[in-house]
Design a protein around this ligand. Structure first.
Ligand SMILES: Cc1ncc(COP(=O)(O)O)c(C=O)c1O
Length: 407
């Protein structure tokens, strides 16, 4: 509920908070606002087809709108939608339709100190169990790249291929939740055997070739402030969505810029620069550092605060009080309540996400963030109590939750 004017360094999200380039701003001046068949649409559509291979594209005003359009058609009450740690809006769009979002991420993702290269992967065992037990009742599977919820962790090409093959064996289509697909391609190139000599474009093309559709929040790897789309190989979508012509032009340019290796490497290396600073100070986070953010393991910092008092939300507040830095809880508040039992879901990780906007901050800002976090870390034992929720919405409570400080 903070006003942004009261924030010094804003790490709330990397969504729509990047700086657009001079080329993107000039593309906006060329926007074609024709109601039908706009040139801007085809510029965007051709770029998406060139990068992903998907032939049919519908623009939407952001990622959750893409989910809403696709899921309102595909998801029916009582159905089951497996995924590797569904993002909150994705889970919201499934649960609000009285269906069930089942997490099938590999168990390694939940051990923050374990260093494995593809912690965002799908557990094929868990997935097969869900597919087998719910035959005829799984409308599709959601594969999120990178896996935001477990720490911006990548999914390997091998895992993408095997996940899609397994789903197809059971007649289940795969939708890739693609917000950070270019960052995922960067990790495949730099970490997976056989991909070092391939371009990010070749890697992206292969990633999407195994799947059936994608939903995209273009505010991340599309480098725009607002926008999204659905892309598929199934005919049936119209060439008219929720975006201005000029915004579609800016998105086309943004995708072309961000798919350059040097561009995405500069960004990811800044995230890893911050990680190295936290290593120096001994502050625990989800290892190895992922693509768009550092996820501080609050359960390991505020060990004296019980889950019921929300350690990560408490640490997020302490960081703001320390230095005016706004981070985001990706933990027990966000995990929300089980739709059936209405109990808090304490089973996952409890993170403070330090999300780095694209092309906005310098490494000097990273130094300030690390120093502020170190100050909080050094006085962690003085923080005796956490927070109590005084008001929450029934669905997706974390956007508007109100808290009382205890003690
Ligand atoms: C993985 C993932 N999927 C979907 C979304 C939803 O996109 P949007 O914020 O554009 O609605 C986000 C980000 O918010 C995300 O990180």
């Amino acid at each position: 509920m903070l006003k942004s004017d009261y924030v010094y360094i804003d790490l709330l999200t990397d969504s729509g908070t990047g700086a657009m380039s001079d080329r993107q701003w000039s593309a906006m001046m060329m926007g074609d606002e024709s109601y039908g068949g706009a040139r801007s649409f085809y510029h965007m559509k051709d770029t998406i087809t060139e990068i992903t291979g998907f032939e049919y594209v519908i623009p939407t005003h952001q990622g959750r709108a893409a989910e809403n359009v696709l899921f309102s058609y595909l998801v029916k009450p009582g159905q089951v939608v497996p995924g590797n740690a569904h993002f909150d809006t994705t889970k919201g769009h499934i649960e609000s339709r009285k269906a069930f979002a089942i997490d099938v991420t590999v168990p390694e993702a939940y051990d923050t100190q374990l260093e494995v290269p593809f912690k965002g992967n799908v557990s094929l065992e868990k997935l097969e169990k869900v597919l087998k037990e719910n035959q005829g009742n799984v409308p599709f599977m959601v594969l999120t790249v990178t896996n935001n919820t477990v720490g911006g962790q990548p999914v390997s090409m091998k895992n993408i291929r095997e996940t899609c093959e397994l789903c197809h064996k059971y007649g289940v289509p795969v939708n890739i939740d693609s917000a950070r697909f270019i960052e995922n391609a960067y990790f495949i190139k730099t970490r997976e055997e056989g991909y070092a000599d391939k371009t990010l474009r070749e890697i992206c093309k292969e990633m999407f070739s195994y799947a059936d559709s994608m939903t995209m929040s273009a505010k991340k790897d599309g480098l725009v402030n607002m926008g999204g789309f659905i892309a598929t190989n199934f005919e049936g979508f119209l060439t008219y969505g929720g975006m201005n012509g000029r915004d579609m032009d800016a998105l086309a340019v943004g995708l072309k810029e961000n798919i350059e290796f040097e561009m995405v490497e500069t960004r990811i290396k800044q995230v890893h620069y911050l990680a190295a600073k936290l290593d120096e100070y001994g502050i625990p986070y989800q290892r190895p550092a992922g693509g768009h953010a550092i996820f501080v393991d609050a359960d390991k910092v505020l060990t004296q605060i019980p889950k019921e008092e929300f350690p990560a939300q408490t640490l997020t507040c302490e960081l703001y009080l320390e230095a005016g830095i706004r981070a985001c809880e990706i933990g027990y508040v966000l995990a929300d309540r089980d739709p059936v039992t209405r109990q808090n879901r304490f089973g996952g990780n409890d993170f403070v996400r330090l999300c780095i906007p694209r092309r906005v901050y310098t490494n000097n800002h990273m130094d300030v963030i690390a120093a502020a976090l170190k100050n909080v870390y050094d006085r962690r034992n003085e923080i005796k109590r956490g927070l109590e929720i005084t008001w929450e919405a029934e669905l997706m409570r974390h956007f508007t939750c109100q808290f009382k400080r205890l003690g």
